[in-house]
Ligand binder design. Structure first.
Ligand code: PMT
Length: 400
């Protein structure tokens, strides 16, 4: 859920700080990279050595430490984070944050960060219910700072009431929900075809192409990271399944056609990045074909056009095709978009050695019925992120 996310945990002085190593461990298990900063008081409840060991990074403690500033300054730390989580958050740090006081590392980073901030209050129930704390809480809520908890119950001081920090598992859940709610593709299902197809000739031979699947897999990863539910219909490739995707393995174009059509009822956006064989062998031999004559002929028949079938379906999703061309790239792509009734097409000029099949980079010209956009040559990972952003914009335009 948190793959690739950078989370800065800032711990203040409260007994609940002893739970921080477990919190760091759970975040890391979800794929996040975690850094920790502690107030001086927090170090009385948890050791920075143990937090350094579980997070794999030095723990920041002081605004005035030249060594720490040299390795990662407090401003860099503030910019590094995708989320700043103050846990435990004392009444004191809530007051500072509400009033813009920046007199130590934690309060300064809170002012300097462009990232969303979440706090997990932890304090005595009387302090929590005090008018000043409640007023500060209201200010922070108005500023869209996420408030995780607190829980109610027996407290370390012997009191009973609200003010217990949420358990580490609950904080991780709340963080996942926060990221999800911010993601533009939450609630959207995207089906992506990727890789080549294999068209059998006999039990040991087939016709295929050079597609590696890298483009489709990068698109799947980028879409998952923006909150989409992704079904990746993959031809035979040697790539690990991107985290968080459902992968459906297929071999032939007919298999890919069937798997794709099965997903249509639940599909909002369809992206056809696979290099599907246009033809298959008319009759697949049951036994290995023996060599006899100097020449042999194979009769090929047309495969169904998957992307065109999706675009013509009565419940069609927003449909994006690809085109791999070697000449008159833009014209062929636009013709294909029209002929196949696509909402969008991304064309790669595969006559160039740094684009298209099997390499790690690509450049795309993207067309839709009344517009176009050029994505210059970069890694397939980056270009996938850019293309998904373009697709989101066009999809919203069509559906809003
Ligand atoms: O996998 P990589 O090594 O990263 O390479 C990426 C890629 C070059 C394969 C990819 O960027 C790409 O261009 N994919 C489409 C290649 C292709 O087959 O283009 P086409 O012009 O033949 O097909 C046009 C569109 O129709 C494509 O969206 C294709 O998926 C779709 N199609 C084609 C035939 C068919 N029977 N069914 C289809 O859905």
């Amino acid at each position: 859920m948190l793959t690739g996310k950078q989370i800065l945990i800032m711990g203040c002085g409260g007994i609940a700080a002893y739970k921080l190593p477990e919190l760091v461990r759970l975040f890391s298990k979800q794929g996040a990279t975690v850094r920790v900063a502690l107030t001086e008081h927090a170090t009385h409840f948890v050791s920075s050595m143990s937090l350094q060991a579980v997070s794999g990074h030095p723990v920041s403690q002081s605004l005035m430490d030249p060594g720490a500033e040299l390795s990662m300054s407090h401003i860099e730390l503030a910019k590094w984070a995708d989320l700043v989580l103050v846990a435990p958050a004392t009444a004191n740090i809530m007051a500072k944050l509400a009033h813009g006081i920046a007199d130590d590392l934690i309060s300064t980073v809170l002012l300097a960060t462009p990232a969303p901030i979440a706090i997990a209050p932890a304090m005595n129930q009387q302090m929590y219910q005090a008018g000043a704390t409640q007023a500060n809480l209201a200010t922070l809520t108005n500023r869209e700072i996420a408030i995780f908890g607190p829980a109610s119950g027996e407290q370390a001081c012997g009191d009973t009431g609200p003010g217990r920090m949420l358990q580490p598992e609950e904080l991780v859940d709340a963080t996942c929900k926060l990221f999800q709610s911010e993601q533009p593709l939450t609630g959207t299902t995207i089906v992506i075809t990727a890789g080549p197809t294999q068209e059998a000739i006999d039990p040991v031979r087939y016709i295929s192409n050079y597609s590696s699947g890298k483009t489709g897999y990068a698109l799947a990863q980028a879409a998952v990271e923006l909150g989409a539910t992704v079904k990746l219909i993959s031809g035979p490739v040697h790539l690990p399944t991107p985290k968080g995707c459902e992968r459906i393995n297929v071999l032939s174009a007919l298999d890919m056609y069937k798997a794709t059509m099965d997903t249509i009822p639940s599909c909002d956006i369809f992206i056809a990045s696979a290099a599907v064989a246009d033809y298959r062998v008319a009759e697949i031999a049951d036994q290995k074909i023996k060599k006899k004559d100097e020449q042999m002929r194979l009769t090929l028949v047309r495969n169904p056009d998957i992307v065109a079938a999706v675009a013509d379906h009565p419940n069609r999703p927003f449909t994006v095709g690809f085109a791999a061309e070697t000449q008159d790239v833009a014209q062929y792509a636009k013709d294909k978009m029209q002929r196949k009734h696509l909402d969008m097409i991304a064309v790669n000029d595969v006559s160039k050695s740094d684009r298209g099949f099997n390499v790690d980079t690509n450049a795309l010209q993207v067309f839709w019925p009344d517009g176009e956009y050029e994505l210059p040559c970069t890694s397939k990972r980056k270009i996938a992120e850019q293309l998904i952003q373009l697709i989101i914009t066009r999809y919203r335009h069509e559906t809003d």
